[in-house]
Design a protein around this ligand. Structure first.
Ligand code: ZN
Length: 313
C-alpha cells in the first residue's frame, strides 16, 4: 500500500500549538517513526510535509498536491491538540465511510495506551481532508497542554499504535529514523527533487523543482547541472555515484582547509563562487571566510554545522 504521511506543521510560518510540549516536535518525532516503520513493513510512503511554504494555506495546499500527484491510497495527517489544559484524550477526524473505516483501528490502538476516547469526528471542515482525493484522516493524538496526556505520552508507543492501526502489524525490531544522510537508502525521485531544491540546484530556467516524484525535463536538467558541479558523469539519470555525492553533501561533515574532498568540496566551491577543482586550497579558503563573514559567522574557514546550516539548511 502507498501511504501519504503528513507530519503536521513543521513548515514556518505553519507551526503547531504550544502547551507543556511543542506540537511541532511531537508530530515530527511520531511521524518520522511512523514513516520508518511503514517502510520497514514493505509499504511505500510519501512524506507529504513540504520543505517550505509562503503561508499556512500554501503549506496545507502543498501537502494535498503531493498526496494527489503521487496518488497515495490513504492520507494520514498527524497532529496534537491543545485547548484549556483540562481537555484530554484522542480524536480522529475522517471524511466518508472509507476514512472512518481507516480511523477506527488507529483510535482503538491509541486508546489502549490509556488516553480518553473522544471518538471519530466529521472532518469535512478541515482543509487537508477536503482537498485530498483519496480517503484521508487527521489524527489528534492527544493534548499537549494536558498534564494527564503528556505524562502518558510516549512517541514510540503512539507511532506503534498508528502503524498497528493502519496495517494490523508491527515491525519485529524497533525502527528508529535514520540519523545520518550518508546512510539514507531512500532513492525515490521525490527525495532527489527535495535534495536538489535543498541544495539550490535549479533547472535551465533557474526555477526550483516541483516535488511530485516524477522524472520530468526540469528534474533531468537540474540533475545534469548537479552532476557537472560534483564531477560525476553527466547522464541526467540518477545512479549510485550521484546518490553517493548527494548523500555526502547532505551528511554535512566538517570540512577544513587543505581538504581534497571531491564532490563535497566541488559543491561548496560552486556555492561560494570559486573555480571548481575539488581541492580546498587558498582561493577557496578566502571565499569561505568571505561567505562566513557575510553571514555573520566566525570567519575561520572551517565548514561546520553552522556554516552548513547557512548553505543547505
Ligand atoms: Zn496541528
Amino acid at each position: 500500500m502507498r501511504f501519504g504521511i503528513d507530519i503536521g506543521h513543521n513548515c514556518p510560518p505553519d507551526t503547531g500549538a504550544r502547551g507543556i510540549k511543542f506540537e511541532d516536535n511531537l508530530t515530527l518525532d511520531v511521524g518520522s517513526r511512523v514513516i520508518s516503520k511503514l517502510k520497514s513493513l514493505g509499504h511505500e510512503v510519501i512524506d507529504c510535509k513540504p520543505v517550505r511554504a509562503s503561508n499556512v494555506k500554501d503549506s496545507l495546499s502543498r501537502r494535498c498536491d503531493l498526496a494527489n500527484n503521487t496518488k497515495v491510497d490513504l492520507f494520514v495527517s498527524i497532529h496534537f491538540n491543545a485547548f484549556n489544559q483540562q481537555a484530554n484524550g484522542t480524536e480522529i477526524y475522517a471524511v466518508g465511510t472509507e476514512g472512518r473505516k481507516a480511523a477506527k483501528p488507529i483510535l482503538d490502538e491509541i486508546i489502549k495506551l490509556g488516553f480518553f476516547n473522544r471518538g471519530i469526528k466529521n472532518g469535512s471542515h478541515l482543509f487537508v481532508l477536503r482537498n485530498t482525493k483519496m480517503p484521508a484522516i487527521l489524527i489528534e493524538s492527544c493534548f499537549i497542554d494536558s498534564r494527564k496526556d503528556m505524562s502518558l505520552f510516549n512517541s514510540e508507543a503512539i507511532a506503534n499504535a498508528i502503524v498497528k492501526g493502519l496495517t494490523g502489524e508491527l515491525p519485529t525490531r524497533p525502527v528508529i529514523p535514520i540519523p545520518d544522510e550518508e546512510d539514507n537508502i531512500d532513492t525515490t525521485v521525490l527525495r532527489l527533487q527535495r535534495a536538489l531544491n535543498r541544495l539550490k540546484i535549479t533547472d535551465k530556467d533557474n526555477k526550483i523543482l516541483l516535488e511530485d516524484n516524477t522524472i520530468d525535463v526540469q528534474t533531468k536538467q537540474a540533475l545534469e547541472r548537479f552532476q557537472r558541479i560534483v564531477g560525476v558523469q553527466v547522464t541526467g539519470i540518477i545512479g549510485n555515484t550521484t546518490w553517493a555525492a548527494i548523500n555526502q553533501i547532505l551528511a554535512k561533515r566538517i570540512i577544513r582547509p587543505n581538504h581534497a574532498g571531491g564532490p563535497v568540496i566541488r559543491y561548496i566551491q560552486y556555492r561560494i563562487g570559486v573555480e571548481i577543482d575539488g581541492v580546498y586550497g587558498t582561493q577557496t579558503e578566502v571565499a569561505v571566510k568571505n561567505f562566513q563573514r557575510q553571514n555573520g559567522l566566525l570567519a575561520d574557514g572551517i565548514i561546520g554545522p553552522i556554516s552548513w546550516q547557512k548553505l543547505i539548511g
